[in-house]
Design a protein around this ligand. Structure first.
Ligand code: NAP
Length: 286
């Protein structure tokens, strides 16, 4: 049996980080890093701490993911989603190792009629999107070998244990408190199951493919349509009311239609399939 390849997983306890630890990753020895191992806002500490760990690959699943929070604190969002990523990329370049990173549909404005392909030019409309784009740019400028996967609307097994609820958990919780729920019927994109994205991530690492990739589950929906499917599967008697995003004033603007398509990878299964799987395996409320 050959020796395992040491992979440093930054952000190991987040939604995607948890999936990356749980899906099959034969051949890789995953070393998990949380904020306790390295606070990414302390830029100067990143390089030295990476040198001590000395991984063969870095997977960065960490991020400042609070979209409205980023609008109110763009500096911190940019530090974590931009500058800290730049530090990791410089380390990877200097040591000739692969950096695997994740970005978002929010690097696009969302005013396209069609889905965005990898080659489309980013034009973010909010602070979170700008901070994530900076991370992408610093990776490219570093000259390191990289895989950068843009994804959207992640759901996965981690959130219940992290105290931070994902959209599905919030909907199920609301359904137990009220019989009528208003949900935004715009902001069209693709829900993505973190386990499916994690499997793709290891497939890409094993392949020779490098660069930017779009990876989401197939199909698209608004938040209202997402909620309708959640309640249809879970058979909860809820009256759903579709409303415009403007009815819920929030600090950050959201892209209207930010669905991603890949010109490099074949499509994943439709989002409704893993949603069903998720509801029957990850929640006790169905
Ligand atoms: N969630 C989505 O809908 C979505 C959509 C598109 C793209 N993405 C991208 O997908 C990737 C994974 O997202 P996710 O939803 O899995 O994120 P998440 O659940 O919010 O997890 C992010 C992780 O980053 C860590 N982190 C935050 N600030 C840190 C800091 N200063 N130092 C060290 N670690 C820090 C967090 O640690 P703590 O738990 O200790 O705070 C957490 O474990 C990100 O690149 C994100 O931008 C996500």
């Amino acid at each position: 049996m050959g020796s395992l390849i040491k992979v440093l997983l930054v952000g190991s306890d987040g939604t995607l980080g948890t999936s990356l630890r749980h899906v099959s990753h034969a051949g890789f020895d995953i070393v998990p890093w949380t904020m306790k191992n390295c606070d990414l806002t302390d830029l100067a500490s990143i390089g030295p701490k990476l040198s001590v760990e000395s991984p063969a690959i870095i997977i960065n699943a960490s991020a400042f993911t609070d979209v409205d929070g980023a609008e109110l604190n763009e500096q911190t969002a940019t530090l974590i989603n931009g500058d800290a990523v730049g530090q990791m990329a410089s380390y990877c370049m200097a040591h000739g190792i692969l950096l695997v990173h994740f970005s978002t549909d929010y690097v696009f404005s969302g005013d396209h009629a069609q889905a965005y392909a990898e080659q489309d030019v980013p034009d973010p409309i909010n602070a979170y999107g700008r901070s994530k784009l900076k991370g992408e740019q610093l990776i490219k400028e570093s000259g390191c070998q990289f895989i950068c996967i843009r994804t959207s609307r992640l759901f996965g097994r981690a959130s219940s244990t992290q105290g931070k609820k994902n959209f599905i958990e919030k909907m199920l919780e609301l359904a137990h408190r009220t019989s009528t729920i208003s949900v935004v019927d715009d902001e069209r994109t693709s829900p993505t199951y973190a386990d499916d994205l994690a499997v793709t991530t290891f497939d890409l690492i094993r392949s020779d493919a490098r660069g930017i990739f779009h990876r989401t589950n197939d199909g698209e929906c608004t938040w209202y349509e997402f909620a309708r499917e959640i309640f249809s599967i879970s058979k909860l008697p809820v009256t759903l009311v579709p409303v415009a995003g403007a009815s819920f004033p929030r600090p950050a603007k959201r892209p209207a239609h930010s669905t991603l398509v890949s010109t490099k990878l074949s499509p994943l299964r439709n989002w409704k399939e893993p949603l069903r799987e998720y509801l029957f395996t990850n929640t006790t409320t169905v």
